[in-house]
Design a protein around this ligand. Structure first.
Ligand code: ATP
Ligand code: MG
Length: 219
């Protein structure tokens, strides 16, 4: 079915804290910006990790305007309808959410229904899989399009193979995983990402995840 030119919504959500939601959100936003796609990041986390990162980026761009501009606005789970209205003015909205979604289920449900794609980052540990697998199953049972993005992955370990196997049997898994990258947080202090440096080690997986997201979200 041909899709209209309306805003594509990508919800980045996971029942587990620290799984890479904000890291993934900002890399997706930079990919979109570098391709000239009008995108907005909506930061539903009260910690405002994504919004603070974007404010640092704005400051960096005052001196180095060649870094692509990224728009991020704070948003509230209590007022998710207002956030979706904001999204409509853009071609793409990336929704970064807080952990412990159990505390915000009605809002997360509504955002999930509105989303073209739900990305569920998961670190390759048994604890993450224990909470992510049932969540992925529940999203699938409701007919929502969701995919796990394995994060901090080390393909050479047996735990990685086991976790991936469990998740592949449960729902969709993005074919590219994000490896453990010691320097992923370094550019963030200036509001940047690995993608802002064309020679960064580790940009290929983010580029591949972006390509996957574009295809799956119908961009
Ligand atoms: N692939 C990676 N390699 C190394 N470190 C990573 C990677 N992904 C994320 N991290 C680090 O893990 C920490 C948590 O990442 P991030 O803030 O993106 O998680 P989150 O899911 O948004 O957390 P929260 O649930 O608290 O919002 C950060 O310090 C980040 O730099
Ligand atoms: Mg976060």
């Amino acid at each position: 079915m041909a899709r209209s030119a309306s805003c594509r919504i990508v919800l980045v959500s996971s029942p587990k804290g620290g799984s890479g939601k904000s890291v993934l959100s900002r890399h997706l936003l930079v990919s979109a910006a570098q391709e000239g796609i009008g995108a907005i990041g909506l930061d539903f986390d009260r910690q405002q990790t994504l919004a603070k990162w974007a404010a640092r980026r704005d400051r960096t761009r005052e001196t180095f305007p060649d870094f692509a501009p990224v728009a991020v606005q704070p948003a509230s789970l209590q007022d998710w309808r207002a956030a979706l209205k904001v999204a409509r003015a853009y071609r793409l909205a990336i929704l970064d959410t807080p952990p412990s979604i159990e505390d915000h289920l009605p809002a997360i449900d509504a955002l999930g229904e509105a989303a073209d794609l739900i990305l569920v980052p998961a670190v390759c540990t048994q604890d993450d899989i224990d909470s992510v697998a049932p969540w992925l199953r529940a999203l699938g049972e409701r007919g929502l399009r969701a995919a796990v993005v394995l994060n901090r992955a080390n393909r050479r370990t047996t735990s990685y193979a086991r976790m991936r196997g469990t998740l592949v049997k449960t729902g969709a898994v993005c074919p590219t995983e994000l490896p453990q990258l010691e320097d992923v947080h370094v550019p963030a202090s200036k509001g940047l990402t690995l993608l802002d440096y064309s020679r960064s080690r580790g940009i290929a997986p983010f580029e591949e995840v972006w390509a996957y997201v574009k295809r799956e979200a119908g961009l």
